[in-house]
Structures are given as C-alpha cells and as structure tokens.
Design a protein around this ligand. Structure first.
Ligand SMILES: *Cc1c(COP(=O)(O)O)cnc(C)c1O
Length: 404
C-alpha cells in the first residue's frame, strides 16, 4: 500500500480481513501434543485440582526458573494480589500507581483498603519513588508497585523507602514474567511479587498467576488462604478464599515454560522490526527496553505526543481499527478516572494523564508475522504524514454517525 486513497477510512479494503484481525494479547501457545499428554495424565489420575502433581511440579519449576524460594500458584493475579495484601496484614491506605490495569486498584478496594494513587515517572512509566513519601500518612501500611511493560520499578529506592517507613512492599509483576533486574529475575524482590498468567499475558496458563517470595512463613500463610484456610482435612483456623490453580492450567504452564525462549525470540524480532520500520516516522516513538537485562518484549508501546499539526493517538487508533488492526490504549483513562475512584478526587497525576492520552499498544506475540508488522508500519507512516486528510475523514464519519 502506498496510496492514501487505499486506506480503509477512504473506502479501501481493510489491510487485514475479519479472519486475520490483529489484536493486542493473542495468546502464545506452546507444544500442543505435550499439553494434551499432560492433560490426559491428569484425567487418568482423576486429580484435577487441589495442589495436584502438575501444580506441584509447576511451582517447583517456576521457583527454580525465577531463583526464588517459594512459589504459590493461584487461579488469577487479581485473587493473588488480594491474598498477598491480606497475608501481609495491610490495613488503611496503600500507595499504588493509577497508571496500571484496574485490577491493581480493585484488589485493594475489594479488601476494604484505600488505594492512594501516586504519579509515575515519565521515562519509566513506573511509580515515581520521589513522590511516594509525600503520600505516606499514619494510615499507610504498604506500597503496591507495578513493573509496567515488564520494565522493573525503581526496586532499590522502593525497598529503601519501605524499610525506612516500615511499609510492606508488593510488586504487581503481571507484565514481568521472564524479566530480570541486575542479578535477579523479577519474582525475588519486595515482600512478595504477583504474576499474572492470563491468556493475554506473555506467558499463560489460560487463567492463572503466581505469588513468589523468599519468606517461608508468608508463603505458608498464602497457601492456607488460597485453600479456604484449611490446615488439615477438617481444620480451619483463619479466613481463606478459593485461589487454587487447576491441573489443566498447570499443564499449560509447564508447556509454556518449555517455550519461553522461543516466545521471547519472536517478540524481540517483532519489537526490533517495529522500531526499525517506525524509525523514520515523525511524531511516533517506540518505548525502549534496557537491553542489558532480560525482557519478554511483550509490549510494543507507541508514544504519540499531542501536536496541534499532527494526528492524535486516538486519530491514529481509529484509522488503524478500520484496517482491522485493533491497537489499544493502555491504561486509559487511568484508574483514578474510573468508578469508584473518580469520586475520591481531585487528583494531581499529570504524568499518568499524559501517558493515558499518548500511548498506543500494538499487536505482538507469536500470532503476528513480520509481513503483518511491515504492513502496519507502512500504514502508520502514511497516516502520520497526512494528518489533515485523515482527521477530516474521521470528523465527517463521526458527524454522519451522530446524525443517523
Ligand atoms: C493482567 C493484570 C492484572 C490482573 O491479572 P489477572 O490474572 O487477569 O487477574 C493485574 N495487574 C496488571 C498490571 C495486569 O496487567
């Protein structure tokens, strides 16, 4: 495609058909035969959940891979965050970014805790340690930070603040499986780290997650909480929930674990290609990763700064959607602008709001080919070079939609 008129918003055929819609977060899937073999064994055993052999093996292999003492798998990361916060005895207020998936805030709110939103650093997109201390009150009991895009938080600074102010430190590591920080893998920092293995994440178990910690006593408590608080067959001495991972999910996890290197290689190839293809496109940049660390390269994050002469992030997004490229705004509009948190304002989170308006996530993962990426990037180049035409077309389409 070289001509503006061939774009779908001008009536051209969408670049991708309905059967090849490109979305953010199409799952990475490992060896099917091995998956079916493991599931078959679980069926033969008739042991489908409740810390079965596959879950036990998966927890051991995860702990080894991450270099952490304890790994407690869970049914999803949202329940995992709740279990972590509860096991650490959090009360009152917890400082957390607003620039995250809503589950981070909801997990706290669900427990009756108050998420206190802290702004993020414009470079790293992670919670800004310089702003945390101003938000600490006598009711603050913890910090829940997020390794956004898998890029590690300012771990040393956060650890120092938490220790000095006697706060618990939880990392929402939902994005960061397979990522490292210095000598350690993400998973071994803070009091506990919480991974998500949701289907859309880099590494999936259909639904699932894991709590990782070097604190044996904390792990013991989290295991009890995950299973209704059962200490023995009919002995319960504390409140618990049902956070267990099933054997089918553990089977998927074991299979995914065998393919981590391959998933990273494909993501990295795609990431490099997006960067190369967009290098000459004015008004668009691709966020970078510290290449001296291990990354999963799952997130292709474009930044389109507001510019009165150019296209906005949303103009570009809508034009791409017409092509069946379902690029997504993360995390728009920010947790603090969604219910119920929006009524607790006013908030002073300028960087969060700017990023929520400027970032656009592109399709990545093993379902995306190099040809797909070249095609997408050529269209982005064409669109960005013709802001007036694209915008007037979008405006007339919008006007037609509101009058009809
Ligand atoms: C996906 C995600 C979660 C929630 O994970 P689930 O496993 O779907 O419950 C929490 N925090 C962040 C940052 C996420 O991206």
């Amino acid at each position: 495609m070289t001509e503006l008129q061939e774009l779908a918003i001008f009536g051209g055929k969408p670049a991708f058909g309905e059967d090849h819609k490109l979305v953010v977060g199409r799952p990475n899937i490992g060896d099917r035969d091995e998956l079916f073999r493991l599931i078959g064994e679980a069926l033969d055993r008739r042991w489908l959940t409740n810390a079965g052999p596959l879950v036990q093996e998966f927890e051991q292999r995860l702990a080894d891979y991450l270099g952490v003492k304890q790994c407690v798998t869970v049914c999803n990361a949202t329940i995992g965050l709740e279990i972590a916060a509860r096991a650490l005895g959090l009360k009152g207020e917890v400082i957390t970014p607003s620039f995250t998936f809503i589950a981070t805030a909801h997990a706290l709110q669900w427990l009756g805790l108050k998420p206190v939103f802290c702004d993020v650093d414009p470079e790293t997109h992670n919670i800004d340690p310089a702003q945390i201390e101003k938000l600490i009150t006598e009711n603050t009991t913890g910090i829940m930070a997020v390794h956004l895009w898998g890029r590690p938080c300012a771990i040393e600074q956060l650890t120092e603040i938490a220790a000095r102010r006697n706060l618990a430190l939880i990392f929402d590591a939902a994005h960061a499986f397979g990522c490292s920080h210095g000598d350690g893998m993400i998973g071994s920092f803070g009091d506990v780290e919480v991974f998500s293995f949701h289907a859309t994440k880099f590494f999936n178990t259909f639904e699932g997650g894991a709590l990782t910690t070097n604190n044996d006593e904390l792990a013991r408590q989290m295991r009890l909480m995950r299973n209704f608080g059962f200490k023995g067959y009919d002995e319960v001495d504390s409140v618990g929930t049902n956070g267990k991972m099933s054997e089918v999910s553990a089977a998927m996890g074991l299979v995914s674990l065998n393919s981590v290197a391959e998933f990273v290689a494909v993501n990295k190839r795609n990431y490099d290609l997006y960067r190369a293809e967009l290098a000459g496109v004015a008004g668009v940049s691709v966020i970078d990763y510290n290449e001296s660390e291990r990354n999963n390269f799952q997130y292709i994050v474009l930044q389109i700064p507001a510019n009165p002469e150019g296209l906005t992030r949303d103009d570009l997004r809508l034009a791409l959607w017409e092509e069946n490229v379902i690029a997504r705004r993360y995390f728009y509009p920010g947790c603090h602008r969604m219910a119920p948190y929006d009524s607790n304002g006013p908030y002073d989170l300028p960087v969060t709001e700017q990023l929520a308006d400027e970032l656009l996530l592109m399709p990545n993962g093993t379902a995306v080919t190099e040809d797909d990426i070249r095609k997408i990037c050529r269209m982005i180049g064409l669109m960005m070079a013709h802001p007036a035409e694209i915008r007037s077309k979008l405006e007339s389409a919008q006007a037609a939609a509101t009058t009809s």
